[in-house]
Design a protein around this ligand. Sequence first.
Ligand SMILES: Nc1nc2c(c(=O)[nH]1)N[C@@H](CN(C=O)c1ccc(C(=O)N[C@@H](CCC(=O)O)C(=O)O)cc1)CN2
Length: 291
Amino acid sequence: MTEIIDGDAVAASLREELAESIEELADAGVQPGLATVLMSDDPASETYVSMKREDCREVGIEDFHRDVDSGADTEELMAVVADLNERADVHGVLVQTPLPDQVDSERALRSVTPLKDVDGFHPENVGRLVRGDPRYRPCTPHGVQKLLDAAGVETEGADAVVVGRSNLVGKPLANLLLRKAPDGNATVTVCHSRTDDLAEKTRGADIVVAAAGVPELIDGSMLAEGATVIDVGYNHVDGEAVGDVAFESARETAGAITPVPGGVGPMTRAMLLYNTVKAASIQSGTDVSLP
Ligand SMILES: Nc1nc2c(c(=O)[nH]1)N[C@@H](CN(C=O)c1ccc(C(=O)N[C@@H](CCC(=O)O)C(=O)O)cc1)CN2
């Protein structure tokens, strides 16, 4: 029987545990604060940011938000970030991506001060992650690790194939799975659009993470019997949300699989709350237990 890994349920229980960490901070007179910065008219980005803000309010994180005109330039965006960097009541700053074409995204994202970089995008935080000592794990890869853990999937010694090499998911996730840690120690292969024989690689894997942004790229014929399949994809095809995995075909072969929606997406949001609580703990010098 294939296990359907319920991301909504795992995220909900994480939020409950984080509410306890937030109470511990409150006892020390600290309320975590997250600032979301939205510079886009893209309805998907607007939806993600409004869900993130709602999550904050639900668990007791103060919600700061800035809208930046989508026609503004890099300097204007950076001025907003600089102001948030200075505020003691803002512990995390998140600039929603993608940014408009006229913006130098690398420069804008680097302007978030590393201690408030709850996305884990700043080169200092990327460097720490690659060296095996992450400060803030990027939200989606961290969410994937939590889903594997919740499903009781052992990464130690497992053959993991990550399909996709983005800075947002593929590269950080590969590094996290590789890391010497209880939720790492996997043998990791990273595949991408130029990989010669993708199916040969995925068929040899205990864990397949699909993060290529290609609808239904992975089907059941490309999987080993009993493999764990994590679908990071979120594509719209004929008005329907479709992952990078052909769910109905893959579930015939997989031992465990995430759905889309209701898999990785809610975990991306939950891990943002986690990083914000961690940021408040670090910046206030208050130790809290984190789930
Ligand atoms: N600065 C950042 N920008 C972006 C990130 C990020 O981590 N930091 N990630 C992606 C997508 N993303 C976050 O913003 C995101 C994707 C999906 C979901 C989610 O909850 N999805 C639900 C369905 C939601 C819906 O109904 O549309 C699901 O999969 O069940 C949350 C966040 C982009 N940019």
